[in-house]
Design a protein around this ligand. Structure first.
Ligand SMILES: [Zn+2]
Length: 186
């Protein structure tokens, strides 16, 4: 999947959770930090990919990306698995409270938003041809539908003109339908 698709799908998941578990006021700062964390989380599993946008944003990032790629062996390995999700959670749980002051920003909301993005990434990568090694280190690449030929190609017209617009429509539908619930969290 492309980063654009990952970003909108991460947001769609976050909004779905929000309307099912409505929150009272979280404050603008927490909501903003949560949205940014969600966007980062939704592309974070591709930390194993040298061309990762995250790395191109920092100086020397491509070098770091290449180096990380060597550690993670190949694209879509440990970071796209249940074990990798658990490790990411442990790291994030340690990092985020050190980055933000809990008096201004609800760090639990930020951690949760980021992890929703992370999980959404693995879920939607699961509908692409390559599948995801959910049970890593067991090398099976799993996907849905189970037959590879029924799944979609990353960056292919189907992703661009069907999957992406459908997710955007879904987001619009949630915002339109549950505006009251969403407004309350600010
Ligand atoms: Zn991925």
């Amino acid at each position: 999947m492309t980063y654009k698709t990952h970003n909108v799908f991460g947001l769609a998941e976050l909004l779905t959770v929000l309307i099912n578990y409505p929150q009272n006021s979280l404050g603008v700062a927490t909501v903003l930090a949560g949205l940014i964390a969600n966007a980062i989380g939704s592309i974070l599993p591709d930390i194993d990919q040298a061309s990762n946008k995250l790395w191109s944003l920092v100086p020397g990032g491509n070098w770091t990306g290449n180096w990380l790629r060597k550690i993670f062996i190949s694209h879509r390995s440990v970071s796209h698995s249940i074990l990798g999700t658990y490790i990411a959670y442990k790291i994030i749980y340690w990092v985020i409270p050190n980055l933000f002051n809990n008096n201004f920003i609800n760090v639990n909301v930020v951690i949760f938003s980021l992890m929703i993005g992370y999980v959404s990434h693995i879920l939607i990568d699961g509908i692409t041809e390559e599948g995801v090694p959910l049970l890593w280190p067991i090398p099976w690449k799993l996907g849905f539908p189970p037959f590879k030929s029924w799944r979609i190609k990353t960056g292919h017209w189907f992703e661009k003109w069907v999957v992406f617009p459908l997710i955007v429509l879904y987001i619009g539908w949630i915002i339109y339908g549950d505006w009251g619930l969403l407004w309350r969290i600010l």
